[in-house]
Design a protein around this ligand. Structure first.
Ligand code: FAD
Length: 472
């Protein structure tokens, strides 16, 4: 090949690559999830639907309803539970995304259901606005995020759905409802935390606030002291979260306050990522070769005491979001009324310490706090709440499952709908939600043929879904 034709081929390849790059930037297409984030549940289905218009969503729902089929909308698939697992039709709103409008005066943003929280953060920044709270990762869809009552931390701040002021939802019969506190108010309340049982949420308007930065200070404190003064600690900053290091008897206390000061000392994300991977690799060896524990455990305890105190001012997504790529792991979470925090923590620590000896060091415990709301199926309904999260990077799954079952019984709380909840059913959940029957009444009206069912719903709500096949 002559030099000239070689050059032409190279130029053509470069031009095609550039065109693909520009097209992807202009018309981004997200990958469709094939399994949930942890990889525990694979998404299997007979039909995949990727609508790009409201009409397509409505006609798909009508078709499934008429033939008595099933339809599950999958968001980003970030739930640890099988709440999003489809069987018949899997719908993804990954082509039904984007910001519909931003109202700077009322500080509200309206986005389509498939929009990622990160996309909302980016848009708000351009307008000098921000979400009041952001979860630990922003790569979930806004509809999936509210469906499971996703929350952050801060005793004077509610969970994400509590900031929603209006939404649009397509019912199981294909009717499009616009709902807010004044119009279709029952549908609104039930749809704010819907577990995907009511319909397809196509548009959401969220109350935001003026842009702010967060001043984050992380200190290492003695677990005993923190538990003893926990009610003061909860109020010691706008947003407080606690990471218990069971082995060392220490707690990392994260305190985050709103500020208008400029960013400084930002945490370097890739350094944090490397630190986490080192922890994970040592956890892997410790759980496979327990003898290594005798050497590594004291080292871990010692290193915990020398953890640097972190002090940064940064944009909220960089502080609320975990600043590293989390290794895949299982996780469960239960909320209890805030006044039970201390007593439950004392008992909880005993169980954690007991399992710690069996599970090596990598049992992580995170405690966060959320303001009460009025949403029927919210884990913070009617009470300020403390959320107890348990996770492990330990490959010994069976042991972790025993642990979280024991924790579930101890806490006797409300589960995070999107985290591992293997034994919870309506029998013991119903007494914990005063408006349980109201929610089911609206559900019945919205989806009479129960097209949004899946295995998770059949397990958790057997009285509604287990008999579906027989009745229809
Ligand atoms: C690393 C990591 C960190 C996390 N951090 C937090 C945290 O800080 N706080 C917290 O509370 N949770 C957290 N979670 C949990 C997670 O963010 C939520 O469970 C959330 O549901 C994920 O959104 P998704 O888009 O992935 O929804 P999916 O998991 O895909 O779906 C969840 C539910 O929403 C329904 N759904 C999705 N889209 C729609 C729609 N358009 N209309 C109606 N229903 C719909 C689905 O059918 C399903 O029932 C975290 C998860 C991970 C993996």
């Amino acid at each position: 090949m002559s030099g000239f034709s070689c050059c032409s081929v190279l130029t053509a390849i470069l031009a095609i690559a550039l065109a693909i790059f520009v097209a992807r930037k202009l018309y981004p297409r997200r990958a469709i999830p094939t399994e949930n984030w942890e990889g525990r549940y694979t998404f299997t289905y007979d039909h995949l639907v990727r609508p790009s218009s409201l009409e397509e969503i409505v006609s798909t729902v009508k078709e499934v309803n008429e033939r008595g089929g099933e339809l599950k909308v999958v968001g980003a698939g970030h739930s640890w539970s099988d709440i999003a697992s489809p069987r018949d039709v899997m719908m993804t709103l990954s082509s039904y995304t984007g910001i519909v409008k931003v109202n700077r005066k009322t500080k509200e943003i309206t986005a389509k259901g498939g929009t990622l929280v990160s996309e909302i953060n980016e848009e708000l920044e351009k307008h000098g606005l921000g979400l009041s709270v952001i979860p630990s990762i922003s790569s979930g869809t806004i509809a999936g995020t509210i469906a499971t009552a996703t929350h952050s931390t801060g005793i004077n701040y509610g969970n994400i759905p509590s900031y929603v002021v209006e939404l649009e939802i397509v019912s199981g019969t294909g009717i499009v409802y616009r709902a807010n506190r004044h119009s279709n108010s029952e549908i609104f309340n039930a749809s704010l935390v819907s577990l995907g049982m009511l319909g397809i949420i196509t548009e959401i308007t969220i109350q935001c606030e003026s842009a702010y930065n967060l001043h984050e200070v992380v200190t290492l404190e003695k677990a005993e002291d923190v538990v003893d003064r926990v009610f003061d600690v909860i109020k010691s900053a706008d947003h407080v979260k606690l990471w218990f290091e069971i082995n060392s008897g220490m707690v990392q206390v994260y305190r985050m306050n709103r500020t208008q000061e400029s960013c400084r000392n930002q945490v370097i994300h890739w350094v944090e990522t490397i630190r986490v991977w080192i922890l994970e690799i040592s956890a892997f060896f410790m759980s496979r070769f327990p003898r290594v524990n005798t050497v590594l455990s004291p080292l871990m305890v010692a290193s915990g005491r020398f953890l640097p105190i972190r002090d940064q001012i940064n944009y909220p997504p960089y502080v609320f979001n975990i600043p590293f790529d989390l290794p895949r792991h299982p996780e469960s979470e239960y909320s209890v009324p805030i006044e039970q925090t201390k007593d439950k923590l004392i008992e909880f620590m005993k169980i954690a310490k007991h399992y710690m000896t069996k599970m090596a060091f990598n049992l992580a415990i995170e405690i966060r706090f959320v303001k009460a709301d009025h949403i029927w199926m919210s884990s913070a309904q009617g009470r300020d709440s403390a959320f107890f999260t348990c996770l492990t990077y330990n490959p010994v799954d069976e042991m972790f499952m025993k642990f979280i079952e024991e924790v579930r019984q101890l806490l006797d709380g409300r589960p995070h709908w999107g985290k591992l909840m293997l034994t919870d059913t309506e029998k013991h959940l119903k007494p914990k939600y005063p408006n349980w029957d109201d929610f089911l009444r609206v559900r019945n009206q919205m989806d009479p043929k129960r097209i949004f069912r899946n295995e998770y719903l059949e397990r958790v709500f057997p009285s509604i879904y287990a008999s579906t096949a027989k009745e229809l």
